[in-house]
Every structure is written in C-alpha cells, then in structure tokens.
Ligand binder design. Structure first.
Ligand SMILES: [Zn+2]
Length: 460
C-alpha cells in the first residue's frame, strides 16, 4: 500500500542539497531510499515508474490558496481546490481564512481539517485570522487557533490598519511561534483603487492603487517584526519599493520574509488595456513562448483584476530580481477563484483575484529558470523547503522517513492551458489559451498518486 519506485529521474532535494540522477523508493507512504542503489531494496511486486528525463522533487507547497470553505463553495470547495492543486504539482496547500464565516476560531479550523481529511486530494493546512471576523478591530483567539492546528495567522484579503493591534498580534504570534502573514495594503492611500496607479490607469480612466499603499505596510511590518521579534511574512509582493525595503531589512537580520505570485512577475498593468497593448509593450519577451499565436483578450478584462494589482514593467523586473537574489524566498499562487457571474461585470464591480494553482509551476519555470535568472534547485526551494521552514512543517524534503510527498515534473514540456481541462470550480484565470513551458506529470501525497498525467508516466 502506498509504495512505489521512481526510476531514472533527476532527483532534486534542496533541503538535503541533493541533485543527481537517482531512484526514489517509497514504502508505506514514507521515503525509504534515495540514490542509485535505492532500487535494490525494493520489494519485487512494487509498482515501478520510469521517470527518466523528468525532475523528481519534494511535493510542492503553496502557502497562499483560497479554498473558499466554509460558505463560498459556489466558487471552490476542498475537493475541487485540492484537485487543482494536484494537477499543478502541489501536495500541500495553506487555505486562507477570509471565508464565510471567517476562520477565526478553533471550531472552524476543526471543521476544515475534518472536511479536508474526507475530501481533500492533497494536504490542507489552515491559516487562522488575526482579528475576529477579519474586521481589524479585536484580536482573534490566537492561542486557541494554534492549539487547533493553524500554521500561521493572516487577515488576507484585508490588512490590519491599526498598528497597535498589529503589534499585539505579533507579540502573541511570537509567543505561540506562529508566523504572521500580511496582505500589505494601506487603506487611506489605496481607498477604492482597482488597478496600478500609473500611465495605464490614466489612459483607461480607472482609479489607481498606488505602489506606496503596499510599501507603507511593508515598512510598518519590518518595524513591528524588529520591535517584537515575531516572524512577519509579506504576502503577494507587487511593488519595486517593497522588494527594496525587504532586502535592506533582511540584511539587518529582521525576521521578515516575502512571497511573489506568477501573475505579478509575468504580467503588467498594460495587460488591463488588452492583449495588443500587452504583447506590444511589456510582453515582447514572453511572446516568443507563444510561437506566433498570441492569446487575445479585450481591454478591461476582469481576469486581470487582482489585489494587489498588476504593476509596471519596472515593478515586475524588481520582483524577478528579488526572487533571483533571494530577497523573496517563497513562490505561491494566491489562487482566488470567483464565479463567472461575479467576474462578468464591469471592471469596477468585479471582485479581485485570479486562479493560479494549475499554472504557477509553469510560469515560474518560464520567468525564472528558462529565463536563466535562477537554477532549478533554487526554484524548487522556493516551492518546498522555504515555505515549510516558515510554517514549521516537517515537509518539503525527501529525507529518509519523511512522508512521501513527491512531485514529478517535466520542465521542458510545452502545453496549452485550456479552460475545459482545469480542475478548479472557477475559470477566472488570465492564462487560458497561453502556451506554457513546464508541467507536473505526477503528484504523490504520502505515497499515493493523486494526479498522473497519462501517458507521460508509463509504468516501467
Ligand atoms: Zn491578499
């Protein structure tokens, strides 16, 4: 049961600095052996897969996912959200607490754990709220959330504006050794901005969401991390100034970290003006992946509306540089499903957010590895050991005895992301019709294959 042998793949395990063509043996859901000789100890009847030419790595972890349970299951649920994760190569996800009701108490955490055990295809970890009902007014019971098993606290979707309250949250979080994850948005600066404040917001006549609205809170978080010693993690960074602040603070040893999402380091605000403007301006380099057939979309397409918004080419470059020099250690999707009827409205009225679990590995490979900005082991670290360390998870490695969460992917496989093939309940991705490079071919959770791309992974 839950035993298998993967032969001939390039095994990359950044946590153990391992990178070699090797076999990987899984027995009863645990990593049993990794190396040239790993096949020798395999039982005769074990299921064998030839993964020659593929990358074998620790199961990918996405620490920023909206699974929409409880209460918003028209958008997504634990079954569909984790199916999308499995297709994307993810063996663990962390679900955000801005649900209905919010995940701000132990009972709701228990409910999700129970549903996830029954319906989840991959491991589901829970982030609890910082404040009751994510209202930003009164702290949630952080100790009882920790006892219920949350791996972090965040008011994601919202941002605690009161600095004193945020300070207290950091103090409690430190006491309970939980990271505080923050959606960085200063409400007084951003007001009801809906796209990056710059050239294109002026051209399109849409209210601007200035980069300073993010940078202000990143700076606040650096100060509070320094003051309290709590580990503060800045979510979905989009602005050049945020990267600079983080870089400088990390040099001083402040316990601060950051994450980036593929839409922010692939697209720019020009995309809100339509495909022609994007490919003609900021999309020229990416266009060559498309082999001449450029995906098209109109101006004001709400699948390009997210929070924080797509920013300028300069900001995109700064995020890529931050990922390359290690300032930003973690990659994630901010997978944010919304129903068609919610997104098919004027730009002003559409909710923020896009799906991302099924495209993030490919886009990260394209923009970081194929673009020769970082190595494959560095990319894998940002999806495995780095998020695991932040969240104190005993995952993200192929160490002997660890739970056998394993991802097998082909970094060079070209494919088109088609709406009918998406496992998510919602279809609000800006990347449908895009030709992508790099794809998960097998996702294994505790030794069990939860996604296999046939016939890519042929039994040997
Ligand atoms: Zn957010």
């Amino acid at each position: 049961m839950n035993s298998l042998l993967l032969t001939g793949g390039r095994v990359i395990d950044p946590a153990n600095r391992f990178d070699a063509v090797a076999n990987l043996l899984v027995i009863d859901g645990k990593i049993s052996a990794v190396g040239k000789d790993a096949a020798a100890g395999a039982p005769k009847e074990i299921e064998r897969f030839n993964v020659k030419g593929k990358i074998v790595c620790p199961g990918l972890i996405d620490l920023h996912v909206h699974l929409r349970e409880p209460g918003q299951t028209a958008k997504e649920n634990l079954a569909t959200g984790t199916a999308a994760a499995a297709r994307g190569g993810f063996t663990s996800v962390v679900c955000m607490p801005n649900t209905s009701p919010t995940i701000d108490n132990a009972g709701t955490v228990a409910l999700i754990h129970e549903h996830a055990a029954r319906e989840g295809l991959v491991n589901v970890f829970v982030a609890g709220a910082i404040t009751k009902n994510i209202a930003g007014e009164e702290l949630a019971p952080i100790g009882s959330l920790k006892r219920a098993g949350v791996v972090a606290i965040t008011d994601d979707g919202h941002c605690v504006q009161n600095n004193e309250l945020m300070r207290r949250a950091c103090e409690y979080a430190k006491m309970f050794d939980l990271p505080v994850m923050d959606h960085c948005q200063d409400y007084s600066l951003v007001t009801d901005g809906m796209m990056h404040e710059g050239y294109w917001s002026t051209v399109l006549g849409l209210r601007g969401w200035p980069a300073a609205g993010e940078e202000m809170i990143v700076a606040r978080n650096i100060l509070l991390a320094g003051l309290t010693g709590a580990r503060v993690h800045c979510q979905h960074l989009s602005a050049a100034g945020s990267v600079q602040l983080l870089r400088e603070a990390k040099k001083r040893g402040v316990p601060i970290s950051g994450e980036a999402c593929p839409h922010h380091f692939t697209l720019t605000d020009a995309a809100v003006a339509g495909s022609e403007k994007f490919w003609g301006n900021d999309g020229k380099i990416l266009a060559k992946f498309q082999n001449g057939e450029l995906p098209e979309w109109p101006a004001y397409d709400t699948n390009f509306k997210m929070n924080p918004p797509l920013r300028s080419a300069r900001d995109r470059e700064a995020i890529l540089e931050g990922l390359a020099d290690g300032t930003i250690e973690i990659l994630c999707s901010d997978h944010a499903p919304h129903c068609d009827y919610e997104k098919e409205v004027e730009f002003d009225y559409a909710p923020f957010g896009v799906t991302g679990l099924e495209t993030e590995l490919a886009l990260a490979l394209m923009q970081l590895v194929h673009a020769k900005r970082i190595s494959l082991p560095d990319l894998i670290a940002k999806f495995t050991v780095n998020p695991a360390r932040l969240l104190n998870l005993e995952r993200g490695t192929l160490s002997i005895g660890a739970d056998a969460d394993v991802t097998v992917f082909d970094p060079d496989r070209e494919w088109v992301f088609r709406v009918e093939e998406s496992a998510s309940k919602s279809k609000n991705s800006p990347f449908f019709g895009w030709k992508l490079k790099g794809k998960a071919v097998a996702t294994i959770v505790c030794g069990k294959k939860v996604f296999v791309e046939q016939p890519e992974l042929a039994a040997a």
